[in-house]
Every structure is written in structure tokens, then in C-alpha cells.
Write a protein that binds this ligand. Structure first.
Ligand code: 5GP
Ligand code: SF4
Ligand code: MG
Length: 479
């Protein structure tokens, strides 16, 4: 999912709308915006793309200079109306609106507990549970209630919480999902703050990146004055859970937009370097390097540069394939690839080709692409994947399928090569990927990262989940 927030801005709803547009790649199922005029909160939300959910009239009705928004893709709870965000409630008489990016791993336990004690839950997603925990907290201040929810929740949550007086930005103690703070120019002398899952949304609304929200941080912004207060809950406060910083490395592999600074590293640069590293470790003689667009492009350019083999455009993506065909069945998935990607016959005919993609999940895309390239006359097709084989499900907010649907879980690399009908198939190893990411971290950052893996989560490749609940789920999830 993607979250976006803005304070002290005329037309806050329109700025949030633009912000959500820039974050559309993070979720296409639903969109919503809540605003406050510092008295009440108004919300407009629905299923669909940002463009479809909001008409000019909807945005003008969202009064006030402060807004939060959300784009959703479901990792938990499915695509039903009640799961559309931001979600709103009253806590201790105060109206509250909340946007959540991430996934709560102990949601089943919390849900059972709440339902057994009489709570009536409307949604099937995990976000509503956060509000329930806050509402039940016997702490007095709002920040203490938020902190209380930190203690109860396991997993990934980057949150924006809007009340008539404050905007809170919250990141869980492991810091799985990115959340950045920016600043916009403002005439009235009061700072105008922007919060966004990715910095590409700041570029669009003319805000400047200030810093990332830290793992375990609750940043509060007073709407009337723009004054900020940062509360960082040290990891030692959660020592009984032995948590470590655990930034999602898949944000850099696939999820984030290449023009975003993700934890202060440009995703495009990280991907180019992954391609270079892939080439150094897995060379092969060929006539050209091509990318699976769009996500494989910077990686293919890096591979081409490091190998000296020319980069060519061998696959064209149709960008106008809408949501019409998206159905979660295997049949439709195959059809979708054909609809989306077309080989450039004249370029690939009779050639030995290196195809670069960011990842193999189910293997559906790769298999079809190889088939299409061979039909178009390619002589050899060498697959090079710029991340390790995805073997384990993500419980922290990326929609990877169940274990048994992950190709690398049921096949070795050699078997995958046979199944995909590629001439050769190679991946970047976990260590190589981590080395690439380490090379971007400044020495001061390295020093601060005492955690394993330099502070990166790689659980979908390694199965090393941070918390016991995810570990258990990863082990027992039926094959
Ligand atoms: P596969 O066909 O192997 O299941 O998917 C791999 C392709 O899907 C890659 O081209 C990659 O860019 C893209 N991909 C990787 N992760 C995700 C994801 O979480 N969601 C979606 N929709 N696509 C993904
Ligand atoms: Fe990211 Fe993978 Fe960790 Fe999920 S399991 S947070 S996708 S690195
Ligand atoms: Mg792709």
C-alpha cells in the first residue's frame, strides 16, 4: 500500500490526490482521502484507481488544510468495501482517521481476543485492529495510546493518523516499510509538512525531502502551529521480542518507483548496481541484453554496462492494460502476460539474448516471455534474475503468494531452468544482493546498523523472519 499526508496547505485534498497518483503503483484496489478543517474529519474513499475514485466535486467537498490518503493492494483481508482506507473512528471522543501500509502478523490473535471480549469488527483487514487497541488503551494521551499499540502489534506498520489537532506518523520498531517526511513552501509562516511512502510523490507536489521516519518513531505534528515532536521508542523497549531493524529489501528490488529515494538510496541506482553485480557473477556470451519492462530496465542497463554486451529494447510493454483482466486465477494470469508484453521480432530474431528481470515469483511471467521470445525467433534465451529466488511468503505487506505457489519453493534452479525452457538461468545470491545494498550505505549509517544483514529484511529469500509468529507461519504454511 501507499500512504500520503499533508498539513497546512490550501487544497489539501487536491495535494493528497496528486500524492496518491504518484503512489498508484503501490496499490490499485482502492483509494481514499480524509481531511480535517481542525474541527471535523471528512472522508471520501472507494474501490478503484485514484483517477476513478475522485472526481473534482469529491475533492472540493473534502474541506480543510490537512489531509491523509491511502492506496491499497490487499495483503490481508481481501478486496472488500469495508477494507478501503483511510478508516475512521472516534477514540475517547476524538475523531480519528488512519492510513496503514504494512501487515500485522499477530492479527489473528488480536482479532480473536477482541471478538471474544465483545468487539464488533467491520472489516476483514488488519488495520481496524490498530484503532481498537488504541480505543481500549487505558493510557491518557494520544501518543501513549499509539505507543501502547506498538507493544501489542507485531509486524509491519507505517501509519498516518489524522485527528482534528494533529497528524501522527508512525513506523514500527523494525522499520519494514518506508515513510518519508518532506516540507512544502508556505506563505503563512507555518511549516507545511508532507509525509509519503515514497519520495516520488514529494517531487510531484513540490515538496523537499527532509528525512525518513525512523524505526520505532512516532512523529507528531501540531496542525495549528506546524510544530513537530519526535518520540523514538528504542528497540531495547521491545527487548523481550528481540527485534532488529529490518527494512524491506524488496522495496529496492521491485516495489518502489525507481525515482524514489528509499531509505535515502535512489531505487534506480540500487537496481542498476544489482544488474552490474549480476553480470559480474553470472556472465554468459550473448548478442544483446534485454529487460522485462518496466521493473527490469535499470537492472538490464547495469548488466549491459558491466558485461559490455549491448542493451536493446526487445520487449515492449502495453501500459494501457487496465484492471479489467486482473483475476487471481492461473488462466487469466497467462493471458495477461501476452496482453502486456510483446517481443520486438526484428530485434530478437536469430539472436542470443540475455533477459533481465527483477524477480521470479510464480514463474508465470518468465515462462511466457521465454515462449514469446522463442516464437519471435530468438536463438538462445538466458534468464538472469537480479534478486535471489523467492522461496517464502512475505508477512510484512508485500503480496507474495502462498509457499506452494512460489516456483523456487517447489523446484531447484536447474528444475526451474527446465520448466521455464530457458537456456540458462541464474540469480543474484542473498549475499551479493546485501553487498550491493551495503555499498550504498554511508559509513555512519553502517555504524548505526548493529542488526544482522545491515538492517535489511530478506525473509522472502531466506525464511529468516524477525518474529516468532511469522517464523511459525512460514514453517507451517502448507506446501
Ligand atoms: P511471476 O510471473 O514470476 O509470478 O512474477 C514475476 C514478475 O512479477 C516480475 O516481472 C516482477 O517484476 C513482478 N512482481 C514481483 N513481485 C510482485 C508482486 O508482489 N506483485 C506483482 N503484481 N508483481 C510482482
Ligand atoms: Fe520485504 Fe521480503 Fe521482508 Fe517481505 S519478506 S518485508 S518482501 S524483504
Ligand atoms: Mg516485472
Amino acid at each position: 500500500c501507499g500512504v500520503f499526508g499533508v498539513t497546512n496547505a490550501e487544497n489539501a485534498s487536491k495535494i493528497a490526490y496528486l500524492g496518491l497518483f504518484a503512489l498508484q503503483h503501490r496499490g490499485q484496489e482502492s483509494a481514499g482521502i480524509s481531511t480535517t478543517n481542525e474541527k471535523i474529519i471528512n472522508t471520501h474513499r472507494n474501490t478503484g484507481l485514484v483517477f476513478d475514485v475522485f472526481k473534482e466535486n469529491d475533492l472540493s467537498k473534502l474541506e480543510g488544510n490537512n489531509a491523509i490518503g491511502h492506496v491499497r493492494y490487499s495483503t490481508a483481508g481481501g478486496n472488500i468495501g469495508a477494507n478501503v482506507q483511510p478508516i475512521t473512528a472516534r477514540i475517547g471522543g476524538i475523531p480519528v482517521s488512519l492510513s496503514h501500509n504494512g501487515n500485522i502478523v499477530n492479527s489473528e490473535e488480536i482479532r480473536t481476543f477482541l471478538e471474544n471480549s465483545g468487539a464488533i469488527l467491520q472489516a476483514t483487514a488488519d488495520t481496524e485492529l490498530i484503532l481498537h487497541i488504541m480505543a481500549r488503551s487505558n493510557k491518557t494521551t494520544f501518543i501513549e495510546k499509539l505507543k501502547h499499540s506498538f507493544e501489542e502489534l507485531s509486524g509491519a506498520f507505517s501509519l498516518l493518523v489524522l485527528t482534528p489537532t494533529h497528524l501522527y506518523a508512525v513506523v514500527d520498531a523494525c522499520g519494514y516499510r518506508p515513510l518519508s517526511l518532506g516540507k512544502m513552501k508556505n506563505e503563512n509562516g507555518i511549516p507545511s509538512w508532507v509525509l509519503s511512502s515514497e519520495t516520488c510523490a514529494m517531487d510531484l507536489v513540490g515538496a523537499e525531502f527532509v528525512r525518513d521516519i525512523a524505526p520505532g518513531e512516532i512523529l507528531s505534528i501540531e496542525l495549528a502551529t506546524g510544530l513537530t515532536q519526535s518520540n523514538i521508542f528504542n528497540l531495547t523497549e521491545f527487548q523481550n521480542r528481540k527485534l532488529q531493524h529490518s527494512k524491506c529489501i524488496f522495496e529496492h528490488v521491485y516495489f518502489s518507483r525507481p525515482d524514489s529515494l528509499v531509505w535515502n538510496i535512489l531505487a534506480n541506482d540500487a537496481r542498476f548496481a544489482m544488474g552490474e553485480e549480476l553480470s559480474k557473477n553470472n556472465p554468459v556470451d550473448a548478442d544483446m541484453v534485454i529487460a522485462v519492462p518496466d521493473s527490469g530496465v535499470p537492472m538490464a542497463m547495469g548488466y549491459a554496462k558491466a558485461s559490455g554486451i549491448p542493451y536493446r529494447i526487445g520487449l515492449i510493454r502495453n501500459h494501457y492494460v487496465g484492471r479489467t483482466f486482473i483475476e487471481p486465477t492461473q488462466n487469466v494470469r497467462n493471458f495477461k502476460v501476452r496482453l502486456k508484453l510483446n517481443p520486438v521480432r526484428e530485434t530478437v530474431k536469430g539472436k542470443r539474448i540475455i533477459v533481465i528481470d527483477d524477480s521470479i515469483v510464480r514463474g508465470t511471467t518468465s515462462r511466457k516471455i521465454i515462449e514469446l521470445l522463442r516464437e519471435a525467433g530468438a536463438k538462445e534465451v538466458h534468464m538472469r534474475i537480479a534478486s535471489p529466488p523467492v522461496k517464502y511468503p512475505c508477512y510484512y505487506g508485500i503480496d507474495t503468494p502462498k509457499r506452494k505457489e512460489l516456483l523456487a519453493q517447489v523446484m531447484t534452479s536447474l528444475e526451474m531452468n527446465e520448466y521455464l525452457k530457458s537456456n540458462t538461468l541464474e540469480f543474484l545470491s542473498e549475499n551479493q544482493l546485501l553487498n550491493v545494498m551495503q555499498s550504498f550505505q554511508t559509513s555512519s549509517l553502517k555504524k548505526n546498523e548493529e542488526s544482522l544483514n545491515g538492517g535489511w529484511c530478506t525473509a522472502c529469500f531466506s525464511g529468516n523472519y524477525q518474529d516468532e509468529i511469522a517464523q511459525k507461519k512460514g514453517c507451517i504454511e502448507k506446501l
